[in-house]
Design a protein around this ligand. Sequence first.
Ligand SMILES: Cc1cc2nc3c(=O)[nH]c(=O)nc-3n(C[C@H](O)[C@H](O)[C@H](O)COP(=O)(O)OP(=O)(O)OC[C@H]3O[C@@H](n4cnc5c(N)ncnc54)[C@H](O)[C@@H]3O)c2cc1C
Length: 281
Amino acid sequence: MVAPNMDLHHITSQRSPLSPDEVQAWEPGFAWLAGGTWLFSEPQPGLNTLLDMGKFNWSALQADEGTGLEIAATCTIAQLHEFGGSASLPESWRATPLIQTCCEALQSSFKIWNEATVGGNLCLGLPAGGLISLAAALEGICIVWRRSGAPQSILASEFVTGIQQTTLGPGDLLRSIHLPHWALKKQPAWRRFSQTQEGRSTALLIGTRCPETGEVLLTITAATVRPIQLRFPSLPTVSELSNRLQESVKSSDYFNDPHGTADHRRHLVHYFAPQIIEELA
Ligand SMILES: Cc1cc2nc3c(=O)[nH]c(=O)nc-3n(C[C@H](O)[C@H](O)[C@H](O)COP(=O)(O)OP(=O)(O)OC[C@H]3O[C@@H](n4cnc5c(N)ncnc54)[C@H](O)[C@@H]3O)c2cc1C
């Protein structure tokens, strides 16, 4: 967690529970605090209490060739990036270059790089969330601890529902993201556009191809308000791809911001998608 920023005038209390169970009642104005890189980056007028997750002591990464990769929500982007470059990754996990690519697809200062967490990136739900792209493209499952009821498994591609909107309710906690072993074995290809080399992504498209069935999954992120996925039983032709893009991505799914117009984003999606399919072939 970064040092508390005294500019957050509305915050009157910061607690460091040893486990989520210590937070019995959830009140309006409470927020989970992960790396704090977004929470401390702008005024938070609706909040008065931060609940620091730093003492939960969750194991950051657990890799098992037979089951996949378990990423704790509190795992930092730097930890995941280092893991993505490790020589001991299972050879059968062909998709692992995506790990470093997606970690690097963030406009990150030194502080963000070292403090921001994977869970914070998903929960913030920005379209340019590089870890959202990774989790969605590799068919990740988000484990969510609800304030009431049993933990839930939610597809990462469905976890983010819009710009800074997720399926989380007040007080719900993202515990971890599971990347299944069979998705990690897929052949990957990707394209990214940003206005500057280390700038925020305007579009990030990732394709994967299953070595056994030939199935292709195209995941569109950063260009659209939420991740959008197109699945094909085999490599689509150029016209099949174009038709599916027209049908599946509505014009209202693209958005304008300082990093690109909706029209530019649409152009990038239609420009990159055939390149990815060609590379997967
Ligand atoms: C200059 C700058 C540039 C940035 N550029 C980018 C960018 O290019 N792409 C991008 O995606 N983001 C960007 N961000 C936003 C942000 O810093 C990152 O997305 C970061 O990953 C957030 O992680 P964190 O751990 O610091 O989250 P925090 O700031 O601690 O929390 C973010 C939000 O998620 C909630 N939260 C965190 N963890 C959990 C959890 N496990 N369960 C439930 N809720 C949780 C918090 O309550 C809070 O609402 C940028 C921020 C700044 C200041």
